[in-house]
Design a protein around this ligand. Structure first.
Ligand code: GDP
Length: 454
């Protein structure tokens, strides 16, 4: 395989930057551009050498270079990492020197892809690498680290072993029909397949939490103009446990903000930018809010409690009646014109909280209500494996379907070779998850999501 190179640290001005190289010619290339302070370059595995990157006679930067000899490296190939100063100009210059001397620019994720193709990690572990890099919360990072550690691979290996045992039994019953062991085999297969199905059902169960950990919740704040949506969002974002990043909303009139509550990522969609049009019939504002809210997991409906309920408030309350929602009575620092009962007359069984966005009162209660609603504190990933990846969930789902088919076929006294087909389908799905039997397209799709230099 060719020798690849990339800048592995984020491009920006920082203390140090790392340029990473992997492949057969990596040591040859580095020898041409690195002059150690000691007289001779000494490429010993797992050592760090101090010296200069040079371009002819010109010193480009003072660096540390670490060497990893095959197969004991991230990619299992010869690798070196140049720790330079973290300036964009310097890092690009060093990168260029590596390219000029025979390395090729790595594609996003290519180092990890090589680790996978060279058999050091399986696909679930490669996927874990990107999840660790992209983790938005500690819980997500923790779940991904476990996956990288091989928790899922191990579990699948166990299931695979059980399946291989079944296949050996079936093989024997086909090879030695005179012993008339088919019935015995069928019973044995049934017991093992039920056991496998149990394992799979337990794995699938973890996805509910896994999805929350990874994708979190989408919450929409709706309410009529001046109800206090923007004020609420501002206080939420100023709370200590909140604010991580801010990005443009998907629609022009909305803002999406990202916070976390008890380690769960929450995307808040603020519809404050949506204004009612002059045209009372059109009611664009409310309709648009409703559309956005329809896509949310949870709605926070905010009502200005210092004013009488008006038609718009009623519309909003009726809209959330059938949805997962929390209702906030805002502006309770002012004399209240709306009571909890007024709300309950329109929409029953909703959590109603009194707050003052202006005085920052009752905000903690909103967080607690959300946390309780979804039982965030019960989501623990310390001693169990959690499936967070949709691709894995789908494959597990398919495997469960195949186990059901196996069971049914046995119960219907189908010939053993038909049963074998379904059993092999389970094996195939395991291969899809671990990457042993996955298509190249899917592999490419997965590694495309990586950043450069990983
Ligand atoms: P939005 O149109 O729903 O985004 O509402 P804003 O957040 O812009 O608030 C509208 C007005 O209500 C502003 O003047 C806020 O200062 C005021 N406001 C918001 N929350 C409170 C509150 O809790 N108490 C009082 N007294 N005023 C509030």
């Amino acid at each position: 395989m060719s020798t690849i190179v990339a800048i592995s640290t984020a491009l920006g001005n920082s203390g140090i930057g790392i340029i990473r190289m992997s492949g057969e010619e990596c040591f040859e290339i580095i020898s041409k551009i690195f002059k150690p302070k000691t007289k001779k370059i000494d490429i010993k595995p797992n050592t760090i050498n101090y010296g200069h990157i040079v371009s002819g006679d010109e010193i480009v930067d003072e660096v540390l270079v670490s060497f990893f000899k095959a197969p004991k490296s991230f990619t299992t190939e010869n690798m070196c990492e140049i720790n330079s100063h973290g300036g964009i100009v310097i890092m690009n210059k060093i990168l260029e020197l590596c390219l000029k001397n025979g390395a090729q620019l790595a594609e996003p994720g290519e180092f990890t892809k090589r680790a996978f193709l060279n058999g050091r990690i399986d696909l679930t572990q490669a996927e874990a690498v990107i999840d660790i890099i992209n983790a938005k919360t500690e819980k997500e990072a923790k779940a991904s680290v476990k996956q990288l550690d091989g928790y899922l691979s191990e579990k699948l290996k166990n299931i695979k072993k059980k399946i291989m045992d079944i296949l050996v039994d079936i093989e024997a019953s086909i090879d030695y029909p005179e012993y008339d062991v088919e019935e015995v085999t069928s019973n044995k297969v049934l017991v093992t397949v039920e056991d496998i199905e149990n394992d799979l059902l337990n794995l699938r169960k973890t996805f509910e939490n896994g999805k929350l950990i990874k994708e979190g919740l989408k919450i929409a704040i709706i309410g009529r103009p001046n109800a206090g949506k923007s004020s609420l969002l501002n206080v939420i974002l100023k709370e200590e446990r909140a604010i991580v990043t801010e990005y443009e909303g998907t629609t022009r009139d909305t803002i999406e903000e990202f916070i976390q509550i008890d380690g769960i990522p929450i995307k808040i969609i603020d519809t404050a930018g949506i204004r009612e049009t002059e045209d009372a019939v059109e009611k664009i504002g409310i309709n648009k809010s409703k559309n956005i809210a329809n896509e949310a997991d949870l709605i926070i409906a905010i009502i200005d409690a210092s004013k009488e309920l008006n038609e718009e408030d009623r519309q909003i309350l009726e809209f959330v009646e059938e949805k997962k929602a929390i209702i906030l009575l805002n502006k309770v620092d002012l004399p209240m014109k709306i009571s909890e009962n007024d709300i309950k007359n329109i929409t029953e069984n909703k959590k109603i909280l009194k707050i003052s966005a202006l005085n920052k009162e009752g905000i903690e209660n909103i967080f607690n209500a959300i946390s309780e609603m979804y039982r965030f504190n019960e989501i623990e990933i310390d001693d169990s494996l959690t499936i967070t990846n949709n691709r894995h969930k789908d494959a597990i789902q398919n495997m469960i379907k195949h186990t059901k088919n196996v069971k049914e076929s046995i119960q219907n006294n189908m010939p053993i070779d038909v049963i074998t087909i379904y059993i092999n389908e389970i094996l195939n799905e395991i291969g899809n998850i671990t990457g042993e039997s996955v298509s190249e397209d899917i592999i490419n799709e997965i590694f495309k999501k990586f950043c450069l230099g990983k």
